[in-house]
Ligand binder design. Structure first.
Ligand SMILES: *Cc1c(COP(=O)(O)O)cnc(C)c1O
Length: 369
């Protein structure tokens, strides 16, 4: 018996996906808006990157270099890597998706964590596989919970390190313990989108682990500390066999020419990054301190954002704070979809924005900061 279907039907699972919702950017009726909802840097991009971007405008008729050679070599030089083990993507989002499409299929499982980045889940389902969600412990990735969830169907494990929206990190010793116990055919993805900001002796983004194994990949981005979110530049450091597999599937010109030029100039300007991290880490401490002082709880963060928890009191919940802040032009990120119904995520902004949020939240809580 054949069933007649009179319109195209997506593969099973596709329509179960809840499309990614980016951070809000508007506050209706407010003249001056501070967008602190997408972890964008308040310091913009390196002037050298902007100059390189403009230079690329003179040759828009020419296809980009399909290997993004200039960018891969610049990344390799700064991080001391072999350029052959680097693959660039249209944002690290593209690379996360390619990993799922290459290593997952129907019947397979991908492990993600309770408060993990929503893109992982979307891409696992899009590849026809099943997301398996494991609990975190106190907003921290729990390596034992991940290991307990591994089955012979597990093909990929995603960890954001540091995590978004928690801002916490997993020490390198724990990542090593996980890698040592994972079956060798499981890809361990270390998404280090915020690595530039972390200043901790027991943190490593994953470079050494990738070099010393065949199943670990690290992804990075130019969207955060480098201030190039608009250009969509991500990169992955991975064993040769994984790079080879993804190269067969990706679009032949997945990186555009202005992005290649601007990214290469940006990564060569490490002085700019040092200043950006200095601004960030100074304010990260000040903000956390100020919020605690007015009776809020903050999850300790090593990133460029803070997860702020609100009291479970009528009129003082995250939703109420969100509305109050938005009415004053401060746009934070609601994180209900990440399992935090009573918290907001705030990106560290300019001094003016940060002071404004401290004052506004002080008013909201009825306590001056
Ligand atoms: C921002 C972010 C990224 C970066 O995505 P791009 O596509 O490179 O802009 C990746 N992972 C996490 C956890 C992030 O928060």
């Amino acid at each position: 018996m054949s069933i007649v279907v009179n319109e195209p039907v997506p593969r099973p699972g596709i329509l179960d996906i809840a499309a990614y919702v980016p951070g809000k950017e508007h506050a209706p009726g407010v003249a001056r808006v501070f967008k602190l909802s997408s972890n964008e840097t308040p310091l913009g991009a390196s002037p050298k990157a902007i100059e390189a971007f403009k230079g690329a405008a003179d040759h828009l008729e020419i296809y980009p270099d399909g290997q993004a050679t200039e960018l891969r070599q610049a990344i390799a030089a700064v991080h001391g890597l072999n350029a052959a083990n680097i693959l660039c993507g249209n944002g690290s989002d593209e690379l996360l998706g390619l990993l799922c499409h290459v290593y997952l299929g129907s019947g397979d499982e991908g492990i993600i964590t309770e408060h993990g980045f929503l893109v992982y889940k979307i891409q696992i389902i899009a590849a026809g596989a099943t997301p398996v969600v494991v609990k975190e412990k106190d907003c921290r990735v729990d390596v034992d919970a991940i290991l307990a969830a591994v089955t012979d169907r597990t093909k990929i494990v995603f960890i954001a390190n540091p995590g978004n929206p928690t801002g916490t990190y997993v020490p390198v010793s724990e990542i090593r313990r996980l890698q040592a116990r994972l079956p060798k055919n499981v890809v361990l993805v270390l998404d280090a989108a915020y690595a530039e900001y972390v200043r901790r002796n027991d943190y490593e983004a994953g470079l050494e682990l990738v070099s010393g194994s065949r199943n670990v990949v690290m992804t990075r981005t130019f969207s955060k500390a480098y201030g190039l979110a608009a250009l969509r530049i991500g990169w992955m450091y991975a064993p040769a066999a994984i790079i080879d597999a993804l190269n067969r599937v990706r679009g032949p010109f997945n990186m555009n020419a202005p992005a290649i030029a601007a990214g290469a100039a940006a990564i060569r300007d490490q002085g700019f990054i040092e200043k950006a991290v200095e601004h960030n880490n100074l304010w990260l401490g000040k903000l956390a301190h100020a919020f605690e002082a007015i009776g809020l709880t903050v999850t300790p963060s090593v990133t460029n954002f803070l997860l702020i928890h609100f009291p479970d009191i009528d009129g003082k919940r995250a939703e109420d704070a969100d509305a109050f802040l938005t009415s004053r032009g401060y746009i934070l990120r609601a994180v209900k979809g990440y399992g935090f119904p009573n918290a907001l995520r705030m990106t560290v902004g300019s001094e003016e924005a940060n002071r404004g949020v401290i004052e506004t939240l002080g008013e909201f809580m009825g306590r001056s900061a």
